[in-house]
Design a protein around this ligand. Structure first.
Ligand SMILES: [Zn+2]
Length: 199
């Protein structure tokens, strides 16, 4: 038997399905949200929906943006000859935070994972190859996480790009293998970029 009405249970379930939110946190959030004045609760719901509806993938790098081309791709001061390949939009934020990288990005939206039945066709690879085939790119930096799926994805892409005249490098991680890019501190990410090695 449940302690709460179904509508509260549903809210707790939905919140608990978010990354990093356990049942206890979900309950705390749910009760907080329900204690807000109706107008504030509406504002949160509206903000979420507006963001969701206006967000799309950048035509060039596939990062999430609310315009056709994202601000990084639009920025004339960024070096378009260097593409840093990451698995998720949050990894772009992690690298940008380190303020060291001046090139552009390509967001794959996932990594190859036989366990989760995610294959190369599920990633934004066609768009990446298209960018390389257009020419003008001198280096592709593979910045997928240093875990087995990230390594598999990085080496798959380096093979995929081998017919093209482009240098493919891999971040030299100072972070433990199996760790995640988003949790690396700025100094570690800067060292990882500086120490990148060619495939
Ligand atoms: Zn972009």
């Amino acid at each position: 038997m449940s302690f709460f009405p179904a509508s509260i249970e549903n809210l707790v379930d939905k919140l608990a399905s978010l990354p990093g939110i356990g049942t206890k946190s979900a309950q705390r959030l749910a009760f907080h949200l329900l204690s807000l004045p109706e107008g504030e609760a509406e504002a949160i719901a509206e903000t979420l929906l507006t963001a969701r509806r206006s967000i799309r993938r950048c035509r060039v790098c596939q990062n999430l943006t609310d315009s056709e081309v994202c601000p990084i791709c639009e920025n004339g001061r960024r070096d378009r000859g260097t593409i840093c390949v990451v698995s998720e939009p949050k990894d772009v934020l992690a690298i940008e935070r380190a303020r060291e990288y001046t090139g552009v990005y390509h967001v794959l939206h996932g990594v190859i994972s036989p366990m989760k039945r995610i294959g190369p066709d599920d990633l934004a690879l066609r768009e990446l190859v298209g960018r390389i085939a257009e020419g003008g790119v001198g280096e592709v930096i593979m910045a997928t996480n240093p875990d087995p799926e990230g390594e598999t994805t990085a080496s798959y892409i380096s093979r995929l790009l081998s017919p093209y005249e482009v240098k493919v490098t891999r971040l030299a991680y100072g972070v433990p293998v199996g760790s995640s890019l988003e949790f690396a501190d700025d100094a570690t990410l800067t060292r990882a970029l500086e120490g990148r090695q060619e495939y």
